[in-house]
Design a protein around this ligand. Sequence first.
Ligand code: UD1
Ligand code: MG
Length: 431
Amino acid sequence: MLSIVILAAGKGTRMKSSTPKVLHKLCNKSMIEYIIEEALKISNDINVVLFHQFENVKKVIENYPINITKQDHINYPGTGGAVLSAIKNSNVKNEKVLILNGDMPLIEADELKKFEETNADIIMSVMKLNNPSGYGRVLIENENVKKIIEEKDANKNELKIPYVNAGVYLIKKEILEKYLPKLNNNNAQKEYYLTDIIEMAVNDGRKIKAIEVDEENFKGINNKKDLAEAERIICNRIKNFWMKNGVIMHLPETIYIDANTSFEGECEIWPNCVIKESVIIESEIRASSVIEGAVIKHSGVGPMARIRPKSELIDTHIGNFVEVKASKLNKIKAGHLSYLGDSEIDEGTNIGAGTITCNYDGKKKYKTKIGKNVFVGSDTQLIAPVVIEDDVIIAAGSTVNKDVKKGSLAISRAPLKIIEGFYYKFFGKKE
Ligand code: UD1
Ligand code: MG
């Protein structure tokens, strides 16, 4: 068994954001959560080092079975300082320590197992990149790692080195205890670099092994462009998972599905849909629909529909330009151009085009309740709070501001006036 230390104390200046770097989200889940979940697959001793916005980051991760350490960032800034804090607080239980940068959300547990299976004093990860910028360069001579040079400290020739440090290391605890206190901050960033222990260990004749890895799994996220590239990879993984589980996706490259959505049974998703925090069961989501925080079962939605949080649709048909929010719709049809908010609508009811639940009076929100087999005519306004009982007909164009009893017709209409020949008089034209 090995211990894992995840470095997540940095500010992430290059993200240009007030959100700490590791709380930036990919497919609606923060970077730090991805890496913790993978780490937990291979170890039960996970130590996360925090500092910047300590409380905010802690809040997001405190329900995981992990130890949280605060870095002594004032005296020991840098990745070396972060590991030193974890070791000093003696949170690290095992002899082998796997160190992960917290800004690597693409890592999967299977990739980490490779480190465990290799034997050396230090095992590090190296990538060969056409564009190495943004990473520390790894100086390799006669197939042996000599040292890591941080980009900001590298000279012109060193910058051309295509081998970079991916940021994952398996290091014996004894080595960390020996070398970390010897680090200094004589470098461009005035930080204690973890990477400097490589050169020290090499000089002492320690055995260093490099494992070659790829960016698809080991990309470090330092700016918003990196974030977008990594999100594309994560989103593809999510979609591939669900397609393998039986979901049909048309042009999946145009579909966004977040990490908190699940599908059951055969579902079908058409192009340009966005689906977040939802459960979709045996349903069809048609083109360009946006679904968030909903449960949709045996239903068809869209094209161009929007289903908002706390909505539950069962055996329901939602057509184009219909917006649903916090509504429970059971076996109903709303085919066109409607807003159904804070409502409960029951079996057999048909919602005509242009129906609006007027749920907000400018101060508070109110509920609309509609029973079974109600026929709501087009362009109806339901002024909430309002209850429409079963078997009611609401005439098109009505403003319903009173409860309606079972079996009734509700009609509110200004009488229609027809003035013959008015057109010709008004425009001064002849018939
Ligand atoms: C680091 C490596 C670099 C490597 C790259 C891989 C060092 C000095 N450099 O550079 O060689 O190519 O990762 O992605 O290690 N952190 C702390 N405390 C700190 C500073 C940082 O916990 O005081 C954490 C950050 O939150 C982050 C991780 O360490 O999760 C890496 O820090 P970052 O600033 O992104 O380092 P890079 O410049 O990417
Ligand atoms: Mg980084």
